[in-house]
Design a protein around this ligand. Structure first.
Ligand SMILES: C[S@@+](CC[C@H](N)C(=O)[O-])C[C@H]1O[C@@H](n2cnc3c(N)ncnc32)[C@H](O)[C@@H]1O
Ligand code: SF4
Length: 359
């Protein structure tokens, strides 16, 4: 039964140099108009009971707490439901955190990226390292007991020492959860242009692997479970919402350009405000494209996404048992118990190659 919903908030104060998420400069978007359309879109779907609601972006913390509340008022959220809001440090203060909490948010995910001033500048972030840390401390002070921090590594010219400093700061703050993504050079971004011009160069594979191994070993030392390729949690603090994606469960995606998975169909919403608003005004779901997922494809998704949850792994059927056994032989998977396989330490480092074996 579908019980998760993602809500896309497609605006930011400024575009970061590396990011290709769908988002526009916030001064160009009428936020009330957008929130009203979102509320109408919610009503185009049945009234589900939700275990997780996730405001992602863009920069959802640019919404006012009352706008967040007016959206949440339309959902039936189960007791103990996880309600996450992504936050950019430049957009919050103590009162806003208090009000987000009153509006029903109970999990905060802060875009930190790095604690190093020079990295932040290169990335085009508007906040200082201190402001990143302060956002975390203010969320705590406001009473949030479930906070995740987003960081990145393998940044231009980053050294192991530089990463180590970010990790030291991260672990000193002791968030319940953190994500740390290796930088992806996305086509069309400022970063990509600089890469093409030769102003930046990609981190070499060996250094990137050493950085990733450093993150994994230090996270473990500090009591974090490495439960997904790029995600780490204190015991009992895995992200409930994101885990639904990796378990291949259905979820609604609402908002401009949002992706969803409903009634065996993976869909993507319209990408322009005109199309999105037009359809909603006419009582039509604002879907740009949809793809029916066959039983076979569903099974493959289950394996590829399921392997991402490193400690849990997958329970393959049919021909896939032999494939998993061969991946055990070459050291990329571990057979945990009868018919339960998960990524090995080596498999984690080359996870995409392992996933490709299932396609
Ligand atoms: C929607 S943003 C998070 C909230 C907010 N927009 C912010 O940046 O403060 C989601 C996360 O994706 C990661 N991300 C974005 N672009 C990336 C890229 N090109 N490579 C790796 N990670 C990226 C960043 O860590 C970012 O915090
Ligand atoms: S990283 Fe976050 S703040 Fe920066 S442009 Fe992307 S979505 Fe917006």
């Amino acid at each position: 039964m579908l019980n998760g919903v993602y809500i896309h908030i497609p605006f930011c104060l400024n575009k970061c140099a590396y990011c290709d998420f769908l988002s526009f400069k916030s001064t160009t978007v009428d936020r009330d108009e957008y929130v009203n359309a979102l509320i109408k879109e919610i009503k185009l779907y049945p009234n589900f009971s939700y275990e997780s609601v996730y405001f992602g972006g863009g920069t959802p913390s640019l919404l006012s707490p009352s706008q967040v509340k007016s959206i949440l008022d339309n959902f039936n959220i189960l007791p103990k439901g996880e309600v996450t809001l992504e936050v950019n440090p430049k957009t919050v203060d103590f009162n806003k955190f208090i009000q987000f909490k009153e509006a029903g948010i109970n999990r905060i995910s802060i875009g930190i990226q790095s604690f190093d001033e020079s990295n932040l500048k290169t990335l085009g972030r508007l906040h200082s390292s201190k402001e990143g840390e302060e956002a975390y401390l203010l969320a705590r002070k406001a009473g949030f007991k479930n906070i995740s921090l987003d960081l990145m590594f393998s940044l231009p010219n980053q050294t192991i020492d530089n990463l180590q400093k970010d990790l030291d700061k991260l672990f000193s703050l002791h968030p319940e959860h953190f994500s740390i993504y290796s930088l992806i050079w996305e086509e069309g971004t400022e970063f990509f242009k600089k890469l093409e011009k030769g102003e930046f160069k990609e981190t070499d594979n060996e250094l990137e692997a050493s950085m990733y191994e450093l993150i994994i070993s230090q996270a473990k030392k500090h009591g974090y479970e490495h439960y997904e390729i790029s995600n780490f949690a204190l015991p009992g603090k895995r992200a409930l919402h994101n885990t639904k994606y990796w378990k291949n469960e259905e979820y609604l995606g609402l908002g401009l350009g949002a992706s969803g998975y409903y009634k065996n169909i993976r869909y993507k919403n319209n990408l322009t405000f005109n199309d999105y608003y037009d359809k909603i005004q006419n009582g039509i779901r604002p879907i740009l494209e949809e793809e029916f997922v066959s039983e076979k494809e569903k099974e493959i998704y289950e394996y590829i996404l399921g392997l991402r949850i490193i400690p849990d792994g997958i329970f393959p059927k049919g021909d896939y048992i032999a494939l998993c056994d061969s991946l055990v032989k070459n050291g990329n998977l571990i057979k945990k118990s009868q018919n339960n396989y998960c990524l090995s330490q080596r498999g984690v480092l080359i996870a995409n190659d392992v996933f490709n074996e299932f396609i």
